[in-house]
Write a protein that binds this ligand. Structure first.
Ligand SMILES: *Cc1c(COP(=O)(O)O)cnc(C)c1O
Length: 359
């Protein structure tokens, strides 16, 4: 398949092949492929210092850590969540035999509307699972207060948040647990991969053994577990990509600044980033005045071999196995939002052409 002249919403960053090969040679020398080898440990140490977090457990993807966190914290209760996220967020709730209770989103920040959370709390509520949408933080302070008042746990799906800081601190340090995805389409990647972040040492220990079958040494068990381990091969990719983060961010910033200047138009709404956020340029959503307009723009772009994506569509409350409570803001935004191509190697003539087509 030749994808070379097609412009997609994102393009996976490939580090120089010889640098990946150098990492692979270490694996061959060690003759050690998984079960937390030298490369996984090194990747965790490097990520801890890059992200300024006290703990990290790198895992096989960004969904298993959400499921493990829900298993430990939500205990099959009602989980308050956002309808505007990737399907992994609400699917994990159902997968863990919990009940998703949707709360609508803020029309500009696109994160869960914290002022509507308390009305959704019942005796069965155990947890809030909210997404920092497109790397834009939820109102973490308000959510923390509500959680304390009602004794709820907070999990953040921070799949989009690699490198995001809020009030000078890693966004991964908020909530009882935060998760991230290192999927090939994400900002930092290991091909497939993800991570969980937890400041509380006791809970971190539970997360750790839960991702390794519950093992306490070869013959004993701390408790129930599953396989959430990442392999050395994936860690090798992570170690090869990490040195390029500055370059990746700078390239994306250039595109975002251009879109911001060009698409500053009364009929196009772009993402409002929460105050005091150091954002990571992970996605560029534009919200049109109608779905009809979105479909026109999408068609025009496709004719020009440009493929933006409808992230996130549909609103999760409308999926067949979920409940049908109406979420007017999320449903309306989901129908009108398109994520534009955004990656470091996107060329100036390309993002110029994209802006022109939209306008
Ligand atoms: C990508 C993504 C996930 C899932 O991550 P995987 O690594 O693909 O399992 C979860 N939540 C959100 C919001 C995502 O964008």
């Amino acid at each position: 398949m030749n994808n070379s002249d097609k412009i997609n919403v994102t393009k996976t960053f490939f580090p120089p092949l010889d640098e990946y090969q150098n990492q692979l040679e270490r694996i061959w020398k060690n003759e050690w492929l998984t079960n937390r080898g030298e490369l996984v440990n090194e990747l965790e140490e490097k990520l801890k210092s890059y992200l300024h977090v006290p703990n990290i457990i790198v895992m096989n993807n960004g969904t298993v850590p959400i499921q493990i966190a829900l298993k430990l914290l939500a205990k099959q209760g009602e989980v308050i969540t956002t309808p505007f996220s990737y399907v992994a967020t609400s699917a994990s709730i159902v997968w863990e035999n919990c009940t998703p209770v949707f709360v609508d989103i803020h029309p500009e920040y696109l994160t869960i509307d914290e002022t509507k959370i308390e009305a959704a709390i019942t005796e069965k509520t155990t947890c809030i699972l909210a997404t920092h949408v497109f790397g834009n933080p939820c109102n973490v302070e308000a959510i923390e207060q509500i959680a304390q008042k009602h004794q709820l746990k907070v999990i953040y799906d921070a799949a989009h948040c690699f490198g995001v800081k809020y009030k000078g601190e890693s966004i991964f340090n908020y909530g009882n647990v935060s998760t991230c995805s290192f999927h090939a389409t994400k900002l930092f990647h290991t091909g497939e991969g993800g991570a969980v972040f937890c400041k509380d040492e006791e809970l971190n220990h539970k997360l750790y053994y839960s991702h390794n079958f519950g093992h306490n040494g070869p013959l004993d068990f701390h408790g129930l577990g599953i396989n959430g381990k990442i392999s050395e091969l994936q860690a090798a990719m992570g170690l090869s990509v990490l040195p390029y983060m500055e370059q990746i961010l700078a390239g994306r910033k250039k595109v975002v600044n251009f879109y911001n200047e060009q698409l500053n138009h009364r009929n196009i709404q772009s993402l409002k980033i929460r105050e005091e956020t150091e954002w990571n340029y992970s996605y560029y959503p534009v919200i049109f005045e109608s779905e009809e307009r979105l479909l026109q723009v999408q068609k025009k772009m496709n004719e020009n071999n440009i493929y933006p994506r409808r992230y996130f569509y549909p609103s999760l409350n409308t999926i067949n196995y979920l409940n049908e409570t109406e979420m007017p803001i999320s449903e309306s935004v989901a129908k009108r939002v398109l994520c534009l191509p955004l990656y470091a190697s996107l060329e100036r003539n390309e993002y110029k052409r994209i802006s022109t087509l939209i306008l």
